[in-house]
Design a binder for this molecule. Structure first.
Ligand code: NDP
Length: 325
């Protein structure tokens, strides 16, 4: 038997159960991984609360982890038992000692990335790769607004933007978070609990506003984010920390200056093996070069996943959180 976190109904952290399960043998094309560290992500909360429906109940939770290949299904050629690996996609169930998933979603870890770093950054780092390099290909010299700049995704975005020569203005809710974002390479920060974000962006940009806004907060910030953009520029809405953006009349894009909007996801960008490998190669190179350092700021025993989720959801965390089986 092995241990995992599962939930049988949606709700608060109290619905998470720490249970014994019979480990699934990998089917053809799958591998089983003995997790050494598991990544905590906001999307895990969306599934637990039911904002995103789990395919079946009871359901495992989590999609990010790092560990050692423990068993290999028929037809898998690029992985062997004992390989050091990481993953950020696939079926729910990473909050577990053993996780079985399609081998196509699993990549080998280079020696310079340890398990904790990988679990803390695969999903978030690949997300920043597509946000800054594909959704809009930043070349350097642009000004962008990035919400939750001291969070897991935000901490990587600050460093990557700096490396690209992009001026990142980060929103944060406290001075401590502002200091962290600046230390990570943000060009400026705005504490939205004290300052008017649109007015501050106007001052910082001498009235020009931003080339791209990256908004993972959703409902609370949607319209304000549009007001921070230059005419004909791009709004990237990629999360729902405050609730989903819905009921939008697309005429608002015209009223705010003939804007573009996109609602991307990691699965939408890493949708083929080739694309996943390309994104990993670029992200791992950023770590190897030292341009990006992963802040594994919070560690919890896996069985305390509920406490870790509560901390993330109540804005108490900075950087990345990992769960240790
Ligand atoms: P974070 O560590 O960034 O935590 C979320 C942060 O959002 C909080 O710390 C808080 O920062 C800010 N926030 C603002 N309003 C709220 C609110 N009402 N409730 C909670 N938090 C709020 O989390 P992650 O790094 O895991 O993820 C960041 C975001 O990116 C999430 O929305 C997530 O869904 C999204 N995401 C999207 C992906 C995609 O491909 N589409 C992939 C990965 C992540 P502060 O206190 O400074 O306001």
């Amino acid at each position: 038997m092995s241990k995992r976190i599962q939930f049988s109904k949606t709700g608060g952290a109290e619905v998470l159960e720490w249970v014994d399960v019979e480990p699934a043998a990998p089917a053809a094309g799958e591998v089983r991984i003995a997790n050494k560290a598991v990544g905590l992500n906001f999307i895990d909360i969306y599934f637990r609360t039911g904002l995103y429906p789990a395919p079946s109940m009871p359901s495992g939770l989590g999609t990010e982890g790092a560990g050692v290949v423990d068993a290999v299904g028929e037809g898998v050629t690029h992985l062997q038992v004992g390989d050091r690996v990481a993953y950020a996609q696939g079926p729910l169930g990473a909050y577990a000692e053993l996780h079985t998933l399609p081998a196509s979603k699993v990549v080998k870890l280079p020696d310079f990335i340890d398990f904790d770093t990988a679990a803390a950054s695969m999903l978030k780092g690949l997300t920043v790769q597509y946000l800054l390099r594909q959704t809009y290909e930043l070349k350097g010299g642009e000004t962008i607004l990035f919400h939750a700049a001291a969070g897991g995704v935000g901490s990587i975005a600050c460093q990557w933007a700096k490396a690209l020569g992009v001026k990142l203005i980060g929103t944060v809710s406290s001075q401590e978070k502002a200091d962290l974002a600046m230390a990570n390479g943000a060009w400026a920060t705005i504490n939205y609990t004290e300052e008017n974000v649109v007015e501050r962006v106007r001052e910082l940009t001498n009235g020009e506003m931003c080339d791209v806004v990256y908004d993972s907060v959703g409902k609370d910030t949607w319209e304000m984010s549009l007001d921070c953009l230059k005419p004909r520029s791009l709004m990237v809405s990629f999360g729902n920390a405050s609730g989903p953006v819905d009921g939008v009349n697309i005429g608002i894009l015209n009223q705010k200056g003939a804007l573009f909007v996109t609602r991307p996801s990691l699965n939408g960008y890493a949708d083929t093996r080739e694309r996943l490998e390309m994104m990993c190669e670029e992200f791992f190179a950023m770590i190897e070069s030292g341009k990006i350092h992963i802040d594994v700021a919070n560690r919890y025993p896996l069985q305390d996943a509920g406490k870790a989720q509560d901390a993330l959801q109540s804005r108490k965390t900075t950087g990345s959180t990992i769960l240790l089986p």
